[in-house]
Write a protein that binds this ligand. Sequence first.
Ligand code: ADP
Length: 479
Amino acid sequence: MRVLIAASEAVPFAKTGGLADVTGALLKVFRGTAGAEPVLMLPLYQGVKEQFNLTDTGIRLSIPAGASRHEGRIWGHNSAYLIECDEFFDRAELYGTKESDYPDNPERFVFFCRAALEACMALDLRPDVIHCNDWQTALMPAYIQSIYNNDFFRKTASVLTIHNLGYQGIFDPASFSFTGLGSEWFSAEGLEFYGKINFLKAGLVSADIITTVSQTYSREILTPEYGFGLDGVLKKRAPDIFSVLNGIDTKEWDPETDKQIAANYSRSAPEGKALCREALLRDCGLKAVESDSPVVSFVGRLSEQKGIDIILEAFDDILSAGAVLIVLGKGDERYQSGLARAAARHKGRVFVRIGYDDAFSRSIYAGSDMFLMPSRYEPCGLGQLIAMRYGTVPIARKTGGLADTISDYQPSDGSGTGFLFEEYKASSLMSSLRQAISVYTDKDRWNGLVMNTLGSDFSWEGSAARYLEIYRAAFDRRK
Ligand code: ADP
């Protein structure tokens, strides 16, 4: 099965969130799977150029997008191909600055989608399946049914994974001409969306199979509350929607071997976690904390999705409940400044770092006792999986993948791996946190809970096998 994974980000090349972890991990797993021949295609961003030693394939592309043609060049790195076009991708960020998205995002991703298909032809890679991910690559299924409905792609099937329905690539209708699609696509059955154009919708109406990243989320997106205006479109495609739970790269995220944490530990030798906790508190300048103060943390994008509003609302209560709080995140200016202000009120008990920092995130996952994920919605979520892998107990809203990967602690028999709350409210978050703190004060019960989290299995194997089944099903339909 020749699989082209097309994505706007993938570990280790470029990452702003979980999408990159998933596409990078899939490539890695498929590389070691008999019967799978994976290839990744990614834009060549500034950061990738600086950090990786790439091979020039010598292949150049000339792609129409917008008013003119744009020149591209294909670089290789193992089984990844990176498409260079400096006017679009030689920038500090992937999608935009903290003030706004790049205004030429429609041209940038029209370019990338078409260039990825042209690159397949130029490299003579005849994919059985193109696995597209989110809006940035969602035009590709539409292209192989229209402009690229040619002999080369005649048998190529498409699978589109929704990693986050909250981001759809909605643009002014004037951008429609950039796509090069015929006018019939500017319709309710195509990519028209309330008078605008919607790249994700183009993929939702044309991909052979749609997947999303947890079973609960696959049901939630069919409702107006979680459907972001696309629930109607998705309901029509319901028989073609499948869910495959994300995993994590368990070699990449392993407290037993992680070189960036203060001490290594595992389920059979968990002592190192206490050293990580001490080191984290020291590094954050959070001193003189009593041993019964739980270290509570948050790592993630500072966006409305992630529940920062209720963290800010609960901020003083979290500290009054006896916790120390550590936050690492980057995103909306209002949350960045809100967190900085709240931290200033509680010097010595709170540490907030605004920024993206992989090494520091590892120290936090390893050194914390509890991890907050009060998301408004959460397609799958990786933060809670990584936290559990590092023996840190998640306190999360019961939605999407959080509901599917965390089992609520049962005081009666000590089973469960975290604390879940239903309502999107600061008071609900606080009642779960208080419950967690009450278990925390009983060291035996708490250690049992930490052992449960350290025993969870979130490896990719099962999910990668499921993707292969889905690729086969899509391929059979296309044939
Ligand atoms: P999303 O994809 O919605 O951002 P996920 O929970 O699926 O959320 O994945 C987030 C990933 O990005 C995790 O690996 C998390 O550790 C990482 N991450 C998010 N923000 C930061 C940050 N500021 N610094 C370091 N890592 C971060």
